[in-house]
Design a protein around this ligand. Structure first.
Ligand code: AMP
Length: 401
């Protein structure tokens, strides 16, 4: 069901409590090395400020112990960077829903921004049901907005108990623009796909993606397999996999998926393999299931790439999670590149194309295709769980349209 967004609330003169994902990477000196997550939250923040609202922002950063303030995990550098990006002053509260947060929230003018300290400084955040902690945050809000997709698969207090409490007080709880877009692509587009619906699954392990493969097999027309996980399937069919990365304890599972998938489950027909895990190794292309002893598969072969590209180019909807090979190490990026190129072509022809987070998003960015697909998800674990068909309580709690 469609959820209300920040655009559906009137923030004029109101305090809008926004759960953002400001979990940015920092170097040893605490300097932010990539501020993308802060920039991605700007449309939601600016929408609140532009309509005369006050934005109170909360986020986690890293993994503090949950026993109070730790300098290394302070949101102070994030607040400073946000002030630069917005071009307005940004206040920082020393606590998360405590006396300082309430005093600073009360003094905040319309158009003002307040960042609360790291939610994970409080043990109540992970625990989820610490009433005093939840209440301290919920009573700051005239409305609550969830714009932290990367954390949507976790029912930590700021993600679930707080919006529930805000709702119980009769106030609006909605998604932000970032979460709205993720739901639109990772859930809605998949629920009513334009066909043919093609899934591309790669990466290291079958075991990480069992639930995704199972779910997508039940809703897709074709599920293309690449990456090292293809070798476990190959072994399950009696193929030779040399010293490739395989999961011998997942052979039965692979056999079950092969039986369940039938023609829908498409496996590589050839493999680019090498005698060492390096660019300079001795390389050869062999038929799938015929990897010689002493060699390991590092990418799908050219025939497979051609075959997969043809299927992808005629798709109506594409979902991709996991690279086709070791894309970080040329020439074993060729399969992933060919697939990315076909996904870009499909997009240009009107297909809805969705790249799951984590390594596939990194691969698409690195290879220069991020702007040529419909959607690159910002969440790793959250994106995978949504593709598994899981319902998120943190999304369910938001007001319906
Ligand atoms: P995942 O996190 O499961 O999506 O896996 C992504 C990682 O799998 C990337 O770092 C790839 O380099 C790696 N990968 C993909 N194909 C292979 C392969 N054939 N052998 C070893 N690693 C691979």
């Amino acid at each position: 069901m469609a959820k209300k967004t920040v655009a559906d609330i009137d923030p004029q003169g109101k305090a809008v409590l926004v759960r953002v994902d400001f979990n940015v990477p920092q170097d040893d000196a605490g300097v932010i090395t990539d501020d993308r997550r802060i920039r991605m939250a700007l449309p939601t923040i600016q929408s609140i400020l532009g309509r005369g609202g006050k934005a109170i922002l909360m986020s986690h950063l890293g993994r503090p112990a949950g026993k109070g303030f730790e300098q290394a995990f302070s949101l102070a550098p994030v607040a400073a960077r946000l002030a630069e990006l917005l071009g307005t002053p940004v206040e920082l509260a020393a606590d998360t829903g405590g006396p300082d947060s309430h005093a600073k929230a009360k003094a905040l003018p319309a158009g003002g921004v307040l960042v609360l300290e790291n939610v994970r400084f409080n043990k109540g955040e992970k625990k989820g049901d610490d009433a005093a902690y939840v209440d301290g945050l919920a009573t700051l809000a005239d409305a609550y907005v969830n714009d932290a997709f990367g954390t949507c698969h976790r029912t930590e207090a700021s993600m679930y108990a707080v919006p529930k409490a805000v709702k119980a007080l009769g106030k609006a709880v909605t998604s932000g623009f970032l979460v709205e877009k993720e739901i639109q692509y990772l859930s809605d587009a998949i629920a009513t796909p334009k066909r043919p619906f093609v899934a591309i699954l790669g990466g290291k392990k079958v075991s990480d993606k069992i639930a995704v493969i199972t779910n997508l097999l039940s809703i897709c027309d074709h599920v293309l397999i690449g990456g090292a996980m293809a070798y476990t399937f190959s072994l399950a069919r009696g193929g030779k996999t040399g010293k490739s990365l395989v999961e011998p304890d997942k052979l039965e599972l692979a056999k079950e998926l092969l039986a369940k998938g039938g023609d829908k489950l498409v496996l590589p027909v050839d493999t680019h393999c090498a005698d060492d895990f390096s660019s300079g190794a001795n390389k050869q292309v062999v038929k799938a299931g015929e990897i010689p002893d002493g060699f390991e598969g590092l990418d799908i072969g050219p025939e497979t790439a051609k075959h997969y590209a043809a299927i992808i180019r005629s798709a109506g909807t594409v979902v991709w999670n996991g690279p086709m090979g070791v894309f970080e190490m040329p020439p074993f990026d060729a399969g992933t590149k060919a697939v990315a190129d076909a996904v870009a072509d499909a997009t240009a022809k009107g297909a809805i194309t969705i790249i799951g987070g984590g390594d596939s998003a990194a691969a698409v960015e690195q290879l220069g295709y991020a702007e040529k697909v419909s959607h690159v998800s910002t969440g790793g674990g959250a994106s995978l769980e949504m593709l598994e068909g899981k319902a998120f309580e943190t999304v369910a709690v938001l007001d319906d349209k």
